[in-house]
Design a protein around this ligand. Structure first.
Ligand SMILES: [Zn+2]
Length: 202
């Protein structure tokens, strides 16, 4: 029997009572499980194995797809206060970019922290930047692209997806990030576009 702590990132109904579930495991990375009987009302796993829920699971690895056996909820998700649009943004990244059985424990932990904050824009954007860095799509995202300063970073160059400081601000591609840079809709939109561009290129 194998074990991991996982977040459900995708789930597809299969036949009457089963489901094929894609999870992001802390130790194993992304993988797919067969959850037999999970849609039955008396299934013990039914409540735990839901999109963006975190649980400790046991599974059997035989021939074919691993088979979910047990699950135990780890962190409760405040589903009523979860930002659904941001949840979609994070799920898209996880499903699209993670490779099977390629673990990223740091990203897993960062995801847990963002989920605890209900994926508000600030935590969601921080997570996406960390994710893009870990995946090799972003070298640095803490200093000004022109002078290298880490001070007074107040603008974003949306064309080059880079930060710009107060002193270097001049070019027309730069947009102000405002008082709450990570929480700003300008940053959200710029990252959305950057990810769209990466997806088109890969
Ligand atoms: Zn600068």
């Amino acid at each position: 029997m194998s074990r991991d702590t996982v977040v459900v990132i995708k789930s597809i109904n299969y036949s009457e009572a089963d489901r094929i579930v894609t999870v992001f495991g802390r130790e194993l990375g992304k993988f797919t499980l067969f959850a037999r009987g999970i849609r039955k009302i008396n299934s013990k796993n039914r409540g735990n194995i839901q999109t963006l829920y975190t649980s400790k699971i046991s599974f059997y690895e035989g021939k074919g797809m691993p088979l979910l056996t047990e699950s135990e909820s780890v962190a409760s998700l405040d589903i009523d206060n979860l930002d659904m649009n941001n949840a979609k943004r994070i799920l898209f990244l996880l499903n699209k970019f993670l490779q099977e059985y390629d673990p990223y424990p740091n990203l897993f932990d960062a995801l847990q922290r963002a989920l605890a904050l209900n994926l508000d824009s600030r935590s969601m954007n921080k997570l996406r930047i960390k994710f893009l860095k870990e995946m090799g799509f972003l070298n640095d995202f803490s200093s000004c692209i022109h002078c290298g300063s880490k001070k007074d970073i107040q603008y974003i160059d949306s064309k080059n997806f880079a930060l710009v400081c107060k002193n270097c601000y001049s070019n027309s591609n730069s947009k102000p990030l405002g008082k709450d840079p990570y929480g700003s809709s300008v940053l959200t939109e710029t990252i959305d576009n950057y990810i769209k561009r990466i997806v088109e290129e890969i």
